[in-house]
Design a protein around this ligand. Structure first.
Ligand code: AOF
Ligand code: ZN
Length: 344
């Protein structure tokens, strides 16, 4: 199962909206074949492994280790569970059940009904945290990320972009972004920081959708760096747009884009993970609404001093739920804290 999990990770960044899945075929304590899900729309891990065999008969009586319950539905590909039965496996060891209601236990049922021994280990959930969360809670898995000085400021000067963290922390945030399907910021951050919100370290097949909450999309300066990249952009505007937009831009209008409304919209669009990157007002709104599942905080050894500089949260967050630190480490000059809710 460990090998199957390692294989699964090779699909990182290419399988959304599908999960990362790996499979290993074993007979007489010998590995006959391995496979993983390479890309959305391509064959599933189990089929990739079977395709490595010169003769399918070699797998008769064998054991399949697979990180996710084999599927039971006709999607882009026919059901893997049926194929496993057809080939004549005697045992299937499964990392976790599939939370996707299309499958959810039906894959196991097909296998068991055919007399195949099925074991569920419940140990591969961490491969696909967002995928699992999305189906369990019917909304994306939300991470809130910010950097602040030792005296709790997120900017060295009001209204001016400041780079707080060092190069190593920058690389770390790029890794974090690479695993997200959407990134959210507010209009103020867009104007002050002029961020690209792209993943520069890897050429991703599905770069995160850059979501920006704005008052009036038509007032935005098209020279902003956001518009220079072809990664998708979703502008959630309060005023209707009459502008011609570049092809990567979608504009949606509503009188009020509350956190709940935004999260619901992203859910409907199949977005399984969201990273909130500022600023102070949005951070407070989303934390206050109780929809932040994880916090990633970079603490940088500067003291800016003075009063009136923006703090990490623009207002009190009365619904603040308890979070606990699950990981802390030094990254170059900076310190990184990862927190999750005490209760889900
Ligand atoms: C994968 N890879 O290796 C396994 C999956 O549209 P389809 O046919 O590709 O079906 C996608 C669903 O199949 C996916 O959401 C998950 O429930 C199930 N199993 N998916 O992409 C795999 N075993
Ligand atoms: Zn399948």
């Amino acid at each position: 199962m460990q090998l199957a999990s390692e294989l699964a990770k090779k699909g990182q960044g290419k399988t959304w909206t599908n999960p990362l899945v790996g499979a290993v075929i074993v007979k007489n304590q010998e590995i006959l074949a391995c496979g993983f899900h390479h890309q959305f729309g391509k064959p599933h891990a189990e089929i990739e492994a079977l395709n490595q065999l010169t003769e399918l008969t070699a797998a008769r009586g064998a054991t399949m280790y697979v990180t996710l319950e084999p599927c039971s539905h006709y999607g882009k590909t026919p059901p893997c569970a049926k194929k496993i039965v057809e080939v004549g496996f005697s045992r299937v060891i499964i990392g976790q059940l599939d939370p996707n209601p299309l499958v959810a236990g039906k894959g196991c049922q097909i296998l068991r009904q055919a007399g195949i021994k099925v074991e569920i280990l419940n140990q591969t959930q961490q491969l696909n945290p967002a995928y699992n969360f999305f189906y369990r809670h019917q909304r994306p898995w939300v991470t809130l990320k910010y950097a602040m000085s030792f005296d709790g400021k997120i900017n060295a000067q009001s209204g001016v972009r400041s780079i707080l963290t060092g190069q190593k922390a920058f690389l770390d945030t790029q890794q974090l972004r690479a695993k997200q399907q959407a990134i959210l910021i507010g209009e103020n951050t867009l104007k002050v920081d002029d961020p690209q919100l792209t993943v520069r370290l890897a050429n991703l097949l599905y770069p995160p959708v850059r979501v920006v909450l704005v008052n009036d999309a038509d007032q935005l300066d098209l020279n902003l760096r956001l518009f220079k990249s072809t990664a998708p952009i979703l502008l959630l505007s309060r005023k209707k747009s009459k502008r011609e937009w570049p092809p990567q831009v979608t504009v949606l209008t509503d009188d009020e884009w509350s956190p709940q409304k935004v999260i619901q919209l992203l859910y409907q669009r199949g977005i399984q993970s969201l990273l909130i990157e500022g600023g102070a007002q949005i951070q407070a709104d989303y934390l206050g609404a109780g929809i932040v599942d994880r916090l990633v905080i970079y603490l940088t050894p500067h003291i800016f001093g003075g009063i009136g500089l923006p703090a990490a949260f623009g207002k009190a967050t009365p619904n603040f739920i308890n979070y606990r630190v699950i990981n802390q480490q030094q990254i170059g000059e900076d310190f990184r804290f990862e927190l999750i809710r005490t209760k889900e």
